[in-house]
Design a binder for this molecule. Structure first.
Ligand code: TXA
Ligand code: MG
Length: 351
């Protein structure tokens, strides 16, 4: 067992000694957790098979679930892919550095240990300055999945990483709470028509405005197990809190009524209930641990708070969670995708 060191680091005033220490760890095949603008990542040198394998071991991640390779310069892309389609250039111009991951054909430089045996590679250039500095010092190609134990909500604070990975990795860079709070949008550019494999902060409309035709992987929002998502990681029951979770959909008034009825029932059975509501509704709930995720219309705040709240509910050992649904205009699909997965697609429509 190794002791995990947690080092605070400021994005606005980066301590280069810390980055050098972390970069050295990465170059010598070690693991470092670090903040990005989406969620915390667990980094290793993507070009060293043995380093990538350590990521799978620390997270308990199935070895067929490929990793995202993080770069800090567009020019570095050509080394790890066989060709750069025009769409990739346009999307990089529009959204890199930022919360967009592109799937491209991989070159021989990328070991299959990093891509879970696939002949494609996922690539992202994050915008967080700590992440960019670390990628550069770490050799330029850093494989990094979200820094949680497989199956738990992605970490949005260094404390979450520590909870999951303490004594399994040598170093966590603590850059405070992340900005966005849900993982990057993933777009597959290896098909004739680009396909979104995971919705995120960059919406389908934003992508379409740059490259035209783009479609959503039908496996994403479907609960039908025959429609398999194309990103291997999207098939797992991810982001799961320990408690059973049910999403209640409908008009605000009906949802409040329904959750009050269901939570009273569970309360009377002696169950510990958790409720995820909004600023507009939390005052109307009566039973259990009631948490506000933010204002109904402020989707960026909802996204930012979601994983933290799922972890808090886990810690408070609730038996069942009722959540409102959040079909906001732009990020709604990304938020609902995470929420429905956390709930194992259990939805009740309040009528
Ligand atoms: O925002 C993010 O993307 C964060 C931060 C740390 O950058 N990373 C992240 O990585 O969310 P991870 O490993 O938790 O999720 C990566 C997803 C998985 O669902 C995986 O199956 C999919 O990307 N993926 C990776 N490479 C792929 C490939 N070649 N083809 C299809 N899906 C791929
Ligand atoms: Mg993940």
């Amino acid at each position: 067992m190794q002791k995990t060191e947690v080092k605070k680091i400021l994005e606005s005033n980066i301590d280069w000694n810390t980055i050098k220490q972390a970069g050295y760890l990465l170059r010598t095949g070690g693991l470092v957790a670090f903040p990005t603008e989406t969620v915390y990542g667990l980094g290793a040198d993507a070009l060293q098979p043995e380093a990538s394998k350590k990521i799978y071991a620390a997270k308990g991640r199935p070895s067929d679930n490929p990793l995202i390779v993080h770069i800090c310069k567009f020019e570095h892309l050509s080394k790890i892919v066989t060709c750069i389609p025009k769409a990739a250039r346009l999307l990089a111009d529009a959204f890199w550095p930022g919360p967009l991951t592109m799937i491209l054909k991989k070159s021989d430089e990328v070991p299959i240990e990093t891509t879970g045996g696939m002949d494609t590679v996922a690539v992202r250039m994050p915008s967080n300055k700590i992440a960019l500095a670390l990628i550069r010092e770490g050799g330029g190609y850093i494989a990094a999945p979200s820094a949680n134990t497989s199956g738990r909500p992605s970490p949005t604070m260094a404390e979450h990483v520590y909870e999951d990975l303490k004594n399994k990795i040598p170093l966590i860079l603590d850059g405070g709470a992340v900005g966005i709070g849900i993982e990057s949008t993933i777009i597959d550019l290896t098909e004739d028509i680009p396909v979104v494999l995971r919705p995120g902060y960059i919406s389908l409309e934003m992508l379409a405005s740059v490259i035209g035709d783009v479609r959503m992987d039908p496996g994403i929002l479907s609960e039908d197990s025959d429609t398999k998502p194309k990103a291997p990681g999207m098939k797992y029951r991810h982001y799961a809190p320990k408690a059973e979770m049910i999403v209640v959909d409908g008009t605000q008034e009906k949802v409040v009524q329904k959750i009050n009825m269901l939570s009273e029932e569970k309360f009377n059975e002696g169950k510990k209930v958790g409720i995820i509501g909004t600023e507009e509704t939390v005052g109307c709930y009566k039973y259990g641990l009631i948490i506000s995720i933010g204002k109904k219309k402020e989707e960026e705040i909802i996204a930012h708070n979601l994983y933290r709240i799922l972890r808090e509910l886990d810690e408070s050992d609730v038996d069942i969670i009722f959540s409102e649904s959040f079909s906001t205009p732009r990020m709604g699909q990304a938020i609902m995708n995470r929420l429905l997965k956390a709930a194992g697609h259990q939805v009740i429509v309040a009528e």
